[in-house]
Design a protein around this ligand. Sequence first.
Ligand code: SF4
Length: 227
Amino acid sequence: MKLLLHTCCAPCSVYCIKSLREENIEPTLYWYNPNIHPYAEYKARRDCLVDYAKQKDVKLILEDAYGLDEFCKNVIDKITTRCQEYCYPKRLRQAFEYAKQNGYDTISTTLLYSIYQKHDFIAELMDKYAEEYDIEFLYRDFRKGWQEGQDEARAAGLYMQKYCGCVFSEEESGIGREIGRKMKKQGISPTNANVRKIIEECKVDGIIVPGIVKGAVNEAFGEEIID
Ligand code: SF4
């Protein structure tokens, strides 16, 4: 098997590489993530993966493309559906293109590791492209190794990002963390899922309006959590 593993970042690759090697499968990592902004963040994640690949002695192909302009132009009318309509297809199709042109017979992605990604959508998209490109999709539910991978990544001192990648996810994550901190101060322990759900439900035309989020959080928890 010649496996190309689309790789979103070093921390997400830890468990994937480890579990694949336990199956005697040696992946080639493929970096193509023009969805990561701003450039300092893109560089931090890319460089961390380069170092980690060397450390683990795993082959890495770098498709070095920072794509803020193109990304924004393509998602401006679909901010709420940007992941499914642009971001996943853009990255994963490119991975299939590379695999096809370079003789890989099997493909997978570290996006299947994250508990925050749209797992079922990604798996279905990979299935669709696998048929189109006539390349086998190696499905693994890497999420079962989530905690193990996170613990190992921290122990290895890898750069741990705080948001998915695009500027829109940075905003969601930043507001979510701020709400979380304020709730904790009030002695309430919010789960990420709760906060994310509230933020998601408070978007107006795909845009987060902090005042609406504040009202929704206060209403959800029955007190003045956020002033
Ligand atoms: S939230 Fe993540 S998957 Fe969705 S568009 Fe932004 S970077 Fe891509």
